[in-house]
Design a protein around this ligand. Structure first.
Ligand code: KG4
Ligand code: ZN
Length: 338
């Protein structure tokens, strides 16, 4: 089955064609970073308009590269920005209608969750998943497609949001994650220390708003010269990564899983990859990441998740809808009665 995947939930226009026999055939990403940079964050209306401008030309390019006929269309139906989601949903549903093929709305976080399966030597079910993005931070017990139990999630900010806010406080610009990571590399560990929130008590919940406040307090008390910025970035990254590592280890102990999947934008972080790999190796656990380019938003993960669901017989009616807020655990197993 050959599926066109469209991702327009936020500030990236992602398009890909995935074939369940031949694998990923073509994929392209157009990033709106430059468009939003002047505003220090994403402006939803500008995001929607830019998706409208870029989506169809990108689809043409990707389809020309992939060649052949399509058997289905998958688009991100949520969670995300309503207007941005509607662009992908309207275009995806309409193309599927015109071509006489089924369409399916994909959950963005399920896309992230399954993204390591696009790699050679993919993880087998069941596994523990750490999903870390700009809007989500959660640990899930994954038994199969749609068969997810959330073991813990953030009670306030997502870890990606904490990276973005720290970048802003340190004058590192947008998008924050990669900028903080770059600054952290030049930092001296140990000059500053930030708390590892909620690690001192049992449970798998996360909280990152206190960490952000701790960074703000230190940043306001310091002269923000390049060295101090690098040292604060370094201390923040250590605290964030350590917190994620501790909770992953705890969840592995609790569930007994032998496989850990880490995905979503923050899983591009080199220090997180290093820490999780080390922790997993020490307990005979294998850790799986998507390739860097598929850690952050992309169309390939949507084409892949969509292909699995379409293959299992799931598809939308002629109407379409989007879910700006959408709980991952509400998805359900395709084919099972819901
Ligand atoms: O998955 P994603 O591209 O979009 C959402 O679904 O939110 O994740 C974006 C988030 C942003 O908060 C961004 O700052 C963060 O991922 N991010 C990183 C890195 N690359 C992206 N955070 C830390 N280190 C990175 N290298
Ligand atoms: Zn994402």
């Amino acid at each position: 089955m050959r599926v066109l995947g469209l991702e327009t939930s936020c500030d990236d226009t992602g398009v890909a064609v995935y074939d369940s026999d031949q694998g990923l055939l073509a994929h392209r990403l157009y990033s709106q970073t430059a468009l939003h940079a002047d505003y220090g964050g994403i402006v939803p209306e500008l995001a929607s308009r830019d998706h409208i401008r870029k989506l169809l030309p990108l689809i043409k390019t990707v389809m020309a590269e992939a060649g052949g006929e399509l058997d289905g269309v998958a688009y991100t139906a949520g969670p995300g920005l309503a207007g941005a989601l509607l662009v992908g949903a309207a275009v995806g549903r309409s193309l599927a209608w015109a071509w006489g093929v089924p369409a399916v709305g994909v959950h963005h976080m399920e896309g992230h969750l399954l993204s390591p399966m696009l790699e050679a030597d993919p993880p087998a079910f069941p596994f523990l998943a750490l999903l870390v993005s700009g809007g989500h931070t959660l640990l899930a017990d994954v038994r199969g497609i749609g068969d997810y139990t959330i073991l813990g999630e953030t009670v306030d900010d997502a870890v990606g949001e904490a990276f973005d806010k720290t970048a802003k406080l340190l004058g590192l610009g947008y998008p924050g994650g990669p900028a903080v990571a770059r600054a952290a590399e030049r930092g001296t560990p140990g000059r500053f220390y930030f708390p590892r929130p909620m690690t001192g008590r049992p449970g798998l919940e996360f909280s990152f708003s206190g960490l952000k406040t701790a960074v703000a307090t230190v940043a306001q008390a310091q002269e923000l010269d390049p060295r101090t910025v690098a040292d604060i970035a370094c201390a923040f990254q250590e605290a964030a990564v350590d917190t994620l590592r501790i909770k992953c280890q705890r969840a592995l102990e609790q569930t007994g899983h032998a496989r850990l999947v880490a995905a979503g934008g923050v899983s591009a972080n080199a220090r997180l990859r290093e820490q999780l790999t080390e922790m997993a190796a020490a307990r005979q656990t294998r850790v799986y990441f998507p390739r860097l380019e598929f850690s952050t938003d992309n169309g390939a993960m949507i084409a892949y998740a969509g292909a699995l669901r379409l293959k299992a017989g799931q598809h939308e009616t002629a109407a379409f809808t989007v879910h700006p807020r959408w709980a991952l655990q509400k998805l359900g197993v395709p084919g099972a009665s819901r």
